[in-house]
Design a protein around this ligand. Sequence first.
Ligand SMILES: Cc1cc2nc3c(=O)[nH]c(=O)nc-3n(C[C@H](O)[C@H](O)[C@H](O)COP(=O)(O)OP(=O)(O)OC[C@H]3O[C@@H](n4cnc5c(N)ncnc54)[C@H](O)[C@@H]3O)c2cc1C
Length: 409
Amino acid sequence: MMNANMARNSTSEILIAGGGVAGLALAARLGAAGREVTLVEKAPLSPDKVCGEGLMPSALAQLRAWGMEPDAMAGEDFSGLEYRTRRRGVVLPFAEGVRGRGVRRTELIRALEAQVSRSPSVTRVTDWITAPIWERGRIVGAHGRRGEYRAKVVAAADGVNSTLVRAAGVPLRALGYRMALRRHFRSEDPKPGDQSPRRVRVGLFSPYDLYITPVGNGTLLATLMTDRMGYRAAVGGMERVLRSSPYGEMFESVQPVSRQLGWYHPLFTPRRYCWKGLLLVGDAGGGTDPCLGVGISMALASVRQAERTVLDVLDSPEDRRSLENEFDAGRKNIFNHYSRFDRVFRLMIRSGSRSELLVGLMAIWPGVSASVLDIIARDRPWSEFSWKMLLEPLALSFWKRSRDGAGGL
Ligand SMILES: Cc1cc2nc3c(=O)[nH]c(=O)nc-3n(C[C@H](O)[C@H](O)[C@H](O)COP(=O)(O)OP(=O)(O)OC[C@H]3O[C@@H](n4cnc5c(N)ncnc54)[C@H](O)[C@@H]3O)c2cc1C
């Protein structure tokens, strides 16, 4: 049951702060298990925020595993990524038959809200969480602007700028920040009748990375990520930056169909993902750079883990400490899966010359790059990557060159 403006001061089994992707998914899962959940979200209507809106195949697989139908959500499939710099470009297709889907964030949130509304044991409250409630050194609830919410288990799912995580004093390791802008445009791309496969286009045009995602109904989402200087230069109207980019032609005669939104995105990792009883779910626990496009996949993976931990803690409260440690270790594994690649990628796209080098290397090793993309996009184990994949194309090109050289003599 969704009681958006219920009486305040509640006690329940689980309190979830934040009703974005992670908070709603967790509430839906725990509600489906018949648990008493209070979900506190500050936005009265389906909250929107800056996001690239590209659901990777792993995110789609998780939603399907939960009985949802992401393919029926308004949106558009994409079959890979296209990377472009000012001088070169490369297309990295997903494996045969694998698809991602561009879905407007508000559409995804509405689908998750519909899941939540099926569970009578979930109470949804509109309030702004301000601080944790402490008892004997542990977090047992949260203060909101309008009330107090106590629970046996408390989860912070209030996003990357989480009030609860900061107010609880969770030790965080800062890894920098990103500024972002987004806007949707009605577009003539693709032209009617054009059946060529759709891709997410990624422009690496330092100091901007530009992500263009098809989200269905002839609509493209353009997201710019940059630093403070780049943000200041673009915030007055991101269309100017879009039109002067190598993708400029696509934005010559487009109609904006959403408000331009801005966003500050700190990058960090917490020392612990369960801090004094508080579970950090989704972006509230930090994550990889948004440029990898796996934030929602990671958020859903963390929900899967939190669901198990919460149910186990409620069933066996005496094992709480060890279950919390398991949650912490599991969350670290989710992050570690992407972190090395994340660091390298982030470093490479920070300057124009390094971006050129990166895309140049992708063009030399398209097979290897597509395999790395497959591991990232489908959440497959890194053990599937082999250095042989790097060396084989080199050996082949060396062999071809010496063969052609020999033929020319
Ligand atoms: C520029 C950019 C591009 C991205 N592109 C992609 C992409 O293409 N694909 C992808 O998978 N991921 C992408 N991401 C990442 C993705 O947006 C996040 O990983 C995902 O939204 C995390 O979900 P969440 O529920 O943890 O946090 P959020 O979606 O941020 O939800 C947090 C919720 O908590 C609420 N809240 C905040 N503070 C409070 C409070 N004090 N009290 C109550 N409620 C509160 C907010 O209103 C919000 O609804 C991108 C992110 C950025 C910034």
